[in-house]
Design a binder for this molecule. Structure first.
Ligand SMILES: Cc1ncc(COP(=O)(O)O)c(C=O)c1O
Length: 972
């Protein structure tokens, strides 16, 4: 019997695209005998590690899924009634399977290329509309990272908008504990004074009480107030008084709120708030042990240019048809850097889409019915308790009942757990019970039983006064009325995803983004109840499975990066950067070196680096880059000498954003260390290092990693992400603190090492960590190293094939790149007028997502093929780029003008090619099928090139009326 060399159980062979003969063919193109030889030539010996990663050997998909099932079984799933911003919800199965679990949605990239992203842009616009309608404010963004960071962003926004030099912000003592912890930490880092007050009796009364208690207000004026509706204790306040008093003092008002409550309550906009923030989690997104969830922010007109994060706007395409795009602040970090409004890059797009579809599916009446049912359960609970003589603290509440049980709170909490319910034990005298969409009448009976009570006939004197009840309509747009049957919903979802290009259709060769396989086996566990249905603040004994999974993952990431410890708390790379920089600051402060207040950042760094430095309260000094793309050592030494004791550290990316392994990285690190600074190595490019080199060993003190790049968490159309922070031994005490509110079993140690939390949940977006855990378990040490080697191989193969057509901007030793390459179009643009935009849009006609445009060098395209693409797909891309070069040559030769070339007219929609008249200097066929293989399968973009400037000039960030979709007639 003969044996096939192919092992069907070896997952690495499924994850890595090229087959053996394809690897040989690519190596032959590059002139190397084997992968080892290529990697030896590409990776500088000074950083190369030969020691294998100390990780368990690879296991099969079946074995890893079995392991994860056992881990999930160690988590105990109770009825979660802790509340505090996290509520069980029923994800409609049609949305769970066709969005959350659908690669067409989860493998998409952030919609920077709007022509191939119309489906997800429409879904995100729906999200904005939901938030705008329910909050009663004019403009909402397309998601923030979590509610706590959204509150912190709102505080920063109020400061920016006020232009105040001196002053303070008042935070409602009824804000969720995690929002207070994160916001106070963020405000302190940048020196913005905040004061926590009770607003129960109004703002003026709160300030008076604060002062009467010996508190001193910071100097300057009141800049803003954040009030929570409903508050952490469940109380619903008539906030009109607070708002009026705040306005009287010239302050802005932010309302932290709950979308489901707003189906019944007067909206923040009607109450006079300027800003509303909150979490959209309970619109169909599982608890996920804390995340990922989409937070939201909405603002009144006039503040839209201050909004952090991404905003979807309406524009038109080249034929005047309605088209969506990211508006205003998109990628502003790359332009404004440390002056950017925020450091948020990856946000929570996928979860915002789930929440938006929940609203589309239920419509306004469905949402209202759910809201009323939830409120009704809370009223029934309160009524039964009152009838039994138990004190219910608030008369006005939405879903949360606060019960006075003097001296017995812990015992009641424990009895509830015994009965299968997690309540919030707020202090020794109070418990809180938060009702949600899943709470049944039987639950109410069981819960009342814990207090020796029974349902009462009428619930007198509890609930909501008329003054608090909403009279205005919401979700009147047709989209919230047209897809209410499952058939209609299914087709709507399919029609949207059909408009988009995601990894399930094509390679997404985005430099600095690592769009690789997100394997089905890695994805499956995230929706299992054992992972999806845990509240982030459950007692530790109920989350043993998560403790094991997170502990293992953190240890394995520490092993891979060469650091002492890792925290998975940051829920995006940007937040990992902030956590790392806060650790550096706290470290210096612990040694009495607070004077170290600036960070050196190369000009080529990702924009979030500089924006995060500003958020950490550090000044930014730019270090020059030499012609070969490496950090200019002379300039580094000069800057270190010039700034001396002020240098807190340097932030470098390795391999650099230029896609090369810099030879001198150890020298750079040593020079900064000699000057007393710390070295931050941005690990977003770790896909070029895993198994080959470890930043913690070649000079880094701290790094963040993007699990949504190297470790297979899918990009979700712009999030979720996970950005763990990894630190050397001396920085371990300065890892992020615990945000869990005191009283919850999870924590209460907001700033253990003096460093505040950076996320609302102790383990950030814990619910998607099984993905990276599974990836590591499936690949094992050899598979992970092979993945890196293949990523280097495919990037060098593409660089080699295209070098003759487009100059490759930077190369390291032996003319090799790392895991990505930069194609330089600047000379071609100067000679022909064809821009990177033209090339990017023409690639759409070939069915490709464009490479990264104009980063880190304007006028270039950065290509990162990753290890998951096989040779056929790489060649399809190479051939497309060569064909495009032929079209550029045709412009140069005068065959057609650039304005009327297939490049400038790209992308071509079917209707633009099928009009009665055709007057272009190229054929319709050349427009549609620039290479013959496209005739066998073609992606048709739904819109032509989108007018970016028009969208910003005529800013519209809500759903256009249905008649706006009518095709302009007779023009094609
Ligand atoms: C080099 C680099 N650093 C930091 C980031 C920020 O990561 P995130 O988008 O998760 O905030 C990115 C994101 O693309 C990046 O490429």
């Amino acid at each position: 019997m003969t044996h096939s060399p192919f092992d069907p159980d070896l997952f690495a062979d499924r994850h890595i695209g090229p087959r053996g003969h394809e690897t040989s063919a690519m190596l032959a193109e590059l002139g190397y005998a084997d992968l080892d030889a290529l990697v030896d030539a590409a990776v500088p010996a000074s950083i190369r590690e030969r020691e294998p990663l100390d990780l368990p050997a690879a296991r099969s998909e079946a074995e890893v899924l079995d392991d994860l099932r056992q881990i999930a079984a160690k988590n105990q799933v109770k009825r979660q009634m802790i509340g505090l911003g996290y509520y069980p919800t029923l994800t409609p199965p049609v949305i769970r399977r066709n969005v959350l679990e659908s690669p067409a949605w989860y493998t998409a990239y952030t919609p920077y290329q709007p022509e191939i992203s119309q489906g997800r842009l429409e879904a995100l616009l729906n999200f904005q509309q939901v938030v705008e309608d329910l909050t009663g404010l004019a403009i909402a963004g397309a998601s923030l990272l979590d509610e706590a960071t959204a509150v912190a962003e709102a505080v920063a926004l109020m400061w920016r908008a006020s232009r105040a030099k001196q002053g303070y912000v008042v935070l409602d003592a009824e804000l969720f504990g995690q929002s207070l912890a994160v916001t106070q930490g963020r405000a302190e880092a940048v020196g913005l004074p905040v004061v926590v007050l009770s607003l129960e009796d109004g703002l003026d009364a709160g300030i008076a009480a604060f002062e009467a208690d010996g508190g001193t207000l910071p100097p300057g004026r009141l800049v803003g107030v954040v009030v929570q509706q409903a508050g952490a204790s469940g109380r619903v306040l008539d906030t009109r008084g607070v708002v009026a008093e705040a306005k009287e003092r010239g302050a802005l008002v932010t309302m932290a709120t709950d979308l489901l409550a707003l189906t019944m309550l007067v909206s923040p906009g009607e109450l006079g708030a300027d800003i509303a923030v909150g979490s959209a989690q309970r619109f169909g997104v599982p608890l996920f042990y804390g995340g990922p969830h989409a937070a939201f922010m909405a603002v009144r007109k006039g503040l839209e240019r201050q909004l952090p994060g991404r905003l979807v706007g309406v524009s038109v395409d080249a034929d005047g048809a309605v088209a969506y795009r990211l508006a205003l602040a998109t990628r502003e970090q790359h332009i404004r850097r440390e002056r950017a409004t925020s450091n948020i890059c990856t946000a929570q797009a996928l979860l915002a889409i789930v929440a938006s579809m929940y609203a589309v599916y239920h419509g306004p009446d469905g949402l209202r019915a759910i809201g009323e049912r939830v409120h009704g359960r809370a009223v029934a609970l309160a009524g039964g308790l009152r009838a039994a003589g138990t004190e219910v603290e608030h008369g006005a509440f939405f879903d949360t009942v606060r019960v006075a049980v003097p001296g017995r709170a812990a015992a009641v909490g424990a009895a509830a757990v015994e009965a299968g319910y997690n309540l919030y034990v707020a202090d020794s005298d109070h418990v809180q019970i938060a009702c949600d969409e899943t709470t049944t009448e039987a639950d109410v009976v069981a819960l009342l039983g814990l207090f020796g009570a029974a349902p009462a006939d009428a619930a007198e004197g509890v609930g909501l006064d008329d003054a608090l009840l909403r009279g205005t309509e919401y979700l009147q747009h047709p989209v919230f009325h047209q897809h209410r049957s499952e058939t209609a919903m299914l087709r709507y979802l399919r029609s949207l995803s059909d408009k988009d290009l995601a990894l399930d259709r094509t390679m997404i060769p985005l430099g600095s983004c690592t769009m690789k396989l997100n394997a089905t086996a890695e994805m499956e566990p995230i929706s299992w109840p054992g992972f999806a249905d845990l509240h982030p603040y459950v007692p530790a004994d109920q989350a043993q499975g998560y403790a094991e999974l997170i502990g293992t993952l953190e240890r394995q990431l520490a092993e891979i990066t060469g650091y002492a410890a890792v925290s998975v708390q940051p829920n995006a790379g940007s937040q990992g950067e902030l956590a790392g920089l806060l650790a550096i600051r706290a470290f210096h402060a612990s040694r009495g070196e607070e004077v170290r207040d600036l960070v050196l950042i190369p000009a080529s760094a990702h924009g979030t680096n500089a924006a995060s430095a500003a958020l950490a309260g550090l000044r930014v000094v730019v270090v020059a880059t030499a012609d070969d793309g490496e950090i200019e050592l002379d300039d580094l030494h000069a800057k270190l000498a010039q700034h001396g004791d002020h240098v807190a550290g340097i932030m470098i990316t390795y391999p650099s954003t230029h896609g090369v392994y810099e030879e001198h990285v150890r020298e750079v690190c040593a020079a900064v260390h000699d000057a007393g600074g710390q070295v931050y190595i941005d690990g977003a490019n770790l896909n070029a290092l895993v198994g080959l080199a470890r930043p913690g060993r070649f000079g880094g003190d701290v790094s963040h990693l993007n699990l949504h790049k190297t470790f297979c968490i899918p990009h979700g159309g712009g999030g979720p992400g996970v950005g763990p922070v990894a630190v050397a031994e001396h920085l371990v005490p300065f890892l992020p603190g615990d945000p869990a509110p005191s009283g919850t079993a999870a924590g209460g140690d907001a700033a253990a090492g003096g460093v505040p939390p950076v996320s609302a949940a102790p383990h950030g977006s814990a619910g998607i960590l099984p993905i990276s855990y599974a990836y590591l378990a499936l690949m094992g040490p050899d598979g992970l190293t092979a993945a890196t080697e293949n990523a280097v191989l495919t990037a060098n193969y593409v660089a080699s094939r295209l070098r003759g057509h487009y100059p490759v901007l930077y190369a390291g030793a032996n003319g090799l790149v790392a895991h990505e390459c930069i194609l330089d179009l600047r000379r071609l643009t100067a000679e022909t007028g064809v821009t990177v935009d033209d090339v990017a849009k023409r690639l759409v006609d070939f069915g490709f997502h464009a490479p990264t445009m104009a980063f880190p060098v304007p006028g270039t395209l950065m290509v990162e093929p990753t290890e998951s693409e096989d040779l056929a797909e790489l060649d399809r891309f190479v051939e497309a780029m060569i064909a495009i070069r032929g079209e550029i040559d045709a412009v140069a030769a005068g065959r057609w003008s650039v304005e009327d070339s297939p490049l400038r007219n790209a992308p071509h929609t079917a209707s633009s090619l099928l009009g009665a008249a055709w007057e272009r200097p190229y054929s319709r066929e050349d427009g549609a099928y620039p290479v013959a293989s496209l005739r066998r399968g073609k992606y048709w973009p739904p819109v032509r090139r989108i007018d970016q400037a028009h969208g910003d000039r005529n800013l519209q960030c809500s759903c256009p009326p249905i008649d706006a979709y009518a095709e302009p007639l007779g023009e094609n």
